[in-house]
Ligand binder design. Structure first.
Ligand code: PXP
Length: 257
C-alpha cells in the first residue's frame, strides 16, 4: 500500500489571503486523517507565508499519524525541526518568488552543507528525505549525504504535454527508483499529482509515499476534505494493485491513461 501524505499548506494560504484565523490548517489535518491520510505534510517556510510557527506546534501535538515537515536547510528552521521532532523532514529548495516549490534540491552542488544538516536531524531520530528530480547523480548524492529517503519530483510527468514526454517522464521516474533502491533509499513522490494523472505514477512499483496538496485542497472546496482524501486514497490503492516492476511506460499509459 502506498502511504498518502496530504499537504495542507494551501488551506493556510486561504487563511493568510485575509489575514484571518480561518480556515485552520490544523482542522484540515484532522479531516484529512479521518479521510484516510497516512501522513500530514506541511512546509514551514522561512518567510512563514502560509504555515505559521503556531500551526507547526499544534500539528505536532494533534496529528495522530505521521507528520512530514518540508523545510529548507536554513539554520533557524533546522533548530525548529530539532525541537518539534516530526517523524520526517523533507528538505526542499526554497525561493521567495516562487508560487510553490519548483523543481528539486541540488544535492550534488550542496552536498557538504546538507550532510551536516542530515546528520543532526537523523541524530534526533527524524527520518530525512531529499526532494530531488529523477536524476541518477542526484539520487546517488542523496544516499552519500546520509538521507534515508528521497522524494522524486513528479513535475516533469505532471507538466508533460505529449505522450512521448509523458513516457519519457515515467521512464526517468522508474530508473530513479531503481538507482534509489540499489542505494538503499526509501522512495516518495510528489508535485503536480492530481485525480486525473496519479494512476500511471502510482502503478510504478517502488514508491512508499505520495505527497499531494493542491489537487486535494481544490477538490475539498466542493466535496469536503474528508471525502477528497478518501477519493485520492482509493485511486492510490487501486493503482498500486496493478504495480509494474519493469518500466514499460507504454504499458502503464495503455493500462491507465
Ligand atoms: N512534495 C513537495 C516536496 C512539495 O514541495 C509540494 C508542494 O509543492 C508537494 C509535494 C505537493 O505538490 P502539489 O501541491 O502540487 O500536490
Amino acid at each position: 500500500m502506498i502511504r498518502l501524505g496530504v499537504n495542507i499548506d494551501h488551506v493556510a494560504t486561504i487563511r493568510q489571503a485575509r489575514g484571518a484565523d480561518e480556515p485552520d490548517p490544523v482542522w484540515a489535518a484532522v479531516e484529512a486523517e479521518l479521510g484516510g491520510a497516512d501522513t500530514i505534510t506541511f512546509h514551514l517556510r522561512e518567510d512563514r507565508r502560509h504555515v505559521s510557527d503556531r500551526d507547526a506546534e499544534v500539528l505536532r501535538r494533534t496529528v495522530a499519524g505521521r507528520l512530514n515537515m518540508e523545510m529548507s536547510s536554513d539554520a533557524g528552521i533546522v533548530r525548529i525541526a530539532l525541537r518539534l521532532k516530526p517523524h520526517q523532514c523533507t528538505l526542499v529548495p526554497e525561493r521567495r518568488q516562487e508560487v510553490t516549490t519548483e523543481g528539486g534540491l541540488n544535492v550534488v552542488a550542496h552536498a557538504a552543507r546538507l550532510r551536516g544538516v542530515v546528520r543532526r536531524l537523523r541524530g534526533a531520530g527524524i527520518e530525512v528525505s531529499a526532494f530531488i528530480e529523477p536524476d541518477a547523480a542526484q539520487v546517488r548524492a542523496a544516499a552519500k549525504c546520509g538521507f534515508n529517503a528521497i522524494e522524486l519530483w513528479t513535475g516533469g510527468y505532471a507538466h508533460a504535454r505529449t505522450r512521448a514526454q509523458t513516457e519519457r517522464a515515467l521512464r526517468s521516474l522508474g530508473e530513479a527508483i531503481d538507482v534509489a533502491h540499489e542505494s538503499g533509499l526509501v522512495v516518495h513522490a510528489g508535485h503536480g499529482l492530481t485525480y486525473r494523472n496519479v494512476d500511471a505514477v502510482a502503478a510504478l512499483a517502488g514508491f512508499t509515499e505520495f505527497n499531494i496538496g493542491h489537487s486535494i485542497v481544490a477538490r475539498s472546496v466542493f466535496v469536503g476534505m474528508r471525502e477528497a482524501v478518501r477519493e485520492m486514497k482509493r485511486l492510490l490503492d487501486r493503482a498500486s494493485q496493478h504495480h509494474v516492476a519493469i518500466v514499460d511506460a507504454e504499458d502503464l499509459l495503455g493500462h491507465n491513461g
